[in-house]
Design a protein around this ligand. Sequence first.
Ligand code: SF4
Ligand SMILES: [Zn+2]
Length: 117
Amino acid sequence: MPECPKCHQFVRSQAIACPHCRLPLKAHGHPGMKLFQATNDEPLCASCVYHADNSCNFPKRPYAMDCTLYQDVEQPQAVSSQPQASFRLQQWVKRNTPLLLVAGLLMISLGVVLVRR
Ligand code: SF4
Ligand SMILES: [Zn+2]
């Protein structure tokens, strides 16, 4: 069970605020998303990619002290919109299951014929 960053009491992972000290833990109806919080007096926006590239229209900008969308300008972005190869293969197998079954039966039949000769 995660703990509150402020009062260090245990809180449910889906809690949107700490039941002990009322610290907001998740913002704006995104349960499960990490809520970034400023560690000093400087707003998060000062070091956020989306402030730097002027693509953020979040109302808290430029004074957000907590934000679920924060992306540190110093950190390389690990986000890729391309599905991973294993996921694409999984999707392909799912779509072509009948074809794969027929191919499997043909291979087995061929194997049986070759063994009997
Ligand atoms: S995404 Fe959040 S931290 Fe980044 S600029 Fe917008 S409000 Fe600020
Ligand atoms: Zn708390």
